[in-house]
Ligand binder design. Sequence first.
Ligand code: FES
Length: 131
Amino acid sequence: MHPDDHVCLCFHVPLGKIRAFVARENPPVASLISECLGAGTGCGWCVPFLKHLHRCHATGAAVDLAISPEAYARDRLTYQRAGRHPAQPTAGLDPAPPAPPTTPPATATLSPERQPPPPPGPADELPPQSL
Ligand code: FES
Protein backbone atom coordinates (compact mmCIF):
# COMPACT_ATOMS: atom_id res chain seq x y z
CA MET A 1 0.00 0.00 0.00
CA HIS A 2 1.02 3.58 -0.58
CA PRO A 3 1.32 5.79 2.52
CA ASP A 4 -1.63 7.88 1.29
CA ASP A 5 -3.92 4.84 0.98
CA HIS A 6 -6.48 4.57 3.72
CA VAL A 7 -6.25 1.63 6.11
CA CYS A 8 -9.25 2.67 8.19
CA LEU A 9 -11.83 3.46 5.59
CA CYS A 10 -14.42 4.57 8.14
CA PHE A 11 -12.24 7.39 9.47
CA HIS A 12 -10.02 7.88 6.41
CA VAL A 13 -6.80 7.09 8.26
CA PRO A 14 -3.94 6.58 5.82
CA LEU A 15 -1.16 4.05 6.20
CA GLY A 16 1.40 6.85 6.53
CA LYS A 17 -0.39 8.27 9.59
CA ILE A 18 -0.46 4.84 11.22
CA ARG A 19 3.22 4.28 10.45
CA ALA A 20 4.12 7.62 12.03
CA PHE A 21 1.88 6.91 15.02
CA VAL A 22 3.41 3.51 15.84
CA ALA A 23 6.94 4.84 15.27
CA ARG A 24 6.31 7.82 17.57
CA GLU A 25 4.12 6.24 20.27
CA ASN A 26 5.36 2.64 20.18
CA PRO A 27 1.99 1.43 21.48
CA PRO A 28 2.29 -1.70 23.64
CA VAL A 29 -0.97 -3.12 22.27
CA ALA A 30 -2.54 -2.81 18.85
CA SER A 31 -5.79 -1.44 20.21
CA LEU A 32 -4.02 1.81 21.10
CA ILE A 33 -3.74 2.57 17.40
CA SER A 34 -7.33 3.74 17.82
CA GLU A 35 -5.78 6.89 19.29
CA CYS A 36 -4.60 7.64 15.76
CA LEU A 37 -7.63 9.47 14.38
CA GLY A 38 -10.02 6.78 15.64
CA ALA A 39 -8.61 4.03 13.43
CA GLY A 40 -10.43 0.77 13.96
CA THR A 41 -13.36 2.17 15.95
CA GLY A 42 -15.95 2.05 13.19
CA CYS A 43 -17.08 -1.03 11.31
CA GLY A 44 -14.16 -3.16 12.51
CA TRP A 45 -12.93 -4.15 9.05
CA CYS A 46 -9.46 -2.71 9.52
CA VAL A 47 -8.82 -4.17 12.99
CA PRO A 48 -6.93 -7.29 11.77
CA PHE A 49 -4.89 -5.03 9.50
CA LEU A 50 -4.10 -2.67 12.36
CA LYS A 51 -3.01 -5.68 14.42
CA HIS A 52 -0.82 -6.80 11.53
CA LEU A 53 0.76 -3.34 11.26
CA HIS A 54 1.36 -3.31 15.01
CA ARG A 55 3.00 -6.75 14.83
CA CYS A 56 5.21 -5.56 11.96
CA HIS A 57 6.33 -2.58 14.01
CA ALA A 58 6.93 -4.72 17.12
CA THR A 59 9.09 -7.19 15.21
CA GLY A 60 11.00 -4.62 13.19
CA ALA A 61 9.44 -5.67 9.89
CA ALA A 62 8.28 -3.19 7.28
CA VAL A 63 4.99 -1.67 8.44
CA ASP A 64 2.99 -2.35 5.31
CA LEU A 65 0.02 -4.18 3.84
CA ALA A 66 0.52 -6.34 0.76
CA ILE A 67 -2.80 -5.52 -0.86
CA SER A 68 -3.93 -2.94 -3.37
CA PRO A 69 -6.26 -0.21 -2.13
CA GLU A 70 -8.85 -1.39 -4.66
CA ALA A 71 -8.81 -4.97 -3.39
CA TYR A 72 -8.82 -3.70 0.19
CA ALA A 73 -11.94 -1.58 -0.41
CA ARG A 74 -13.64 -4.38 -2.33
CA ASP A 75 -12.96 -6.89 0.46
CA ARG A 76 -14.38 -4.41 2.96
CA LEU A 77 -17.62 -4.27 1.01
CA THR A 78 -17.79 -8.07 1.15
CA TYR A 79 -17.11 -7.87 4.89
CA GLN A 80 -19.87 -5.34 5.41
CA ARG A 81 -22.39 -7.41 3.44
CA ALA A 82 -21.46 -10.62 5.27
CA GLY A 83 -21.11 -8.94 8.65
CA ARG A 84 -17.90 -10.80 9.37
CA HIS A 85 -14.35 -11.31 8.20
CA PRO A 86 -13.73 -14.11 5.68
CA ALA A 87 -12.80 -17.53 7.02
CA GLN A 88 -9.70 -17.57 4.85
CA PRO A 89 -6.80 -15.24 5.66
CA THR A 90 -7.23 -11.95 3.90
CA ALA A 91 -4.68 -10.68 1.42
CA GLY A 92 -2.37 -8.16 2.99
CA LEU A 93 -2.09 -10.09 6.22
CA ASP A 94 1.09 -12.00 5.47
CA PRO A 95 2.51 -13.00 8.83
CA ALA A 96 5.19 -10.78 10.22
CA PRO A 97 8.33 -12.49 11.40
CA PRO A 98 7.97 -13.90 14.90
CA ALA A 99 9.15 -11.70 17.71
CA PRO A 100 12.46 -12.68 19.24
CA PRO A 101 12.13 -14.19 22.71
CA THR A 102 12.24 -11.51 25.38
CA THR A 103 13.52 -13.85 28.09
CA PRO A 104 15.77 -16.87 27.79
CA PRO A 105 14.29 -20.25 28.68
CA ALA A 106 14.05 -20.75 32.44
CA THR A 107 16.45 -23.71 32.44
CA ALA A 108 19.15 -21.62 30.80
CA THR A 109 19.35 -19.29 33.80
CA LEU A 110 19.41 -21.95 36.52
CA SER A 111 22.74 -22.89 38.03
CA PRO A 112 23.54 -26.63 38.15
CA GLU A 113 22.59 -26.72 41.86
CA ARG A 114 19.16 -25.30 41.08
CA GLN A 115 18.26 -27.71 38.30
CA PRO A 116 15.14 -29.73 39.07
CA PRO A 117 15.85 -33.35 40.10
CA PRO A 118 15.45 -36.00 37.42
CA PRO A 119 12.22 -37.96 37.41
CA PRO A 120 12.29 -41.10 39.56
CA GLY A 121 13.50 -44.20 37.77
CA PRO A 122 13.10 -47.89 38.56
CA ALA A 123 16.00 -47.82 41.05
CA ASP A 124 14.24 -45.08 43.04
CA GLU A 125 11.01 -47.01 43.46
CA LEU A 126 10.22 -48.56 46.82
CA PRO A 127 10.00 -52.35 46.96
CA PRO A 128 6.48 -53.72 47.30
CA GLN A 129 5.54 -54.24 50.90
CA SER A 130 4.98 -57.80 51.99
CA LEU A 131 2.35 -58.62 54.58
S1 FES B 1 -12.47 0.50 8.19
FE1 FES B 1 -11.60 0.93 10.12
S2 FES B 1 -13.26 0.77 11.49
FE2 FES B 1 -14.18 0.56 9.51
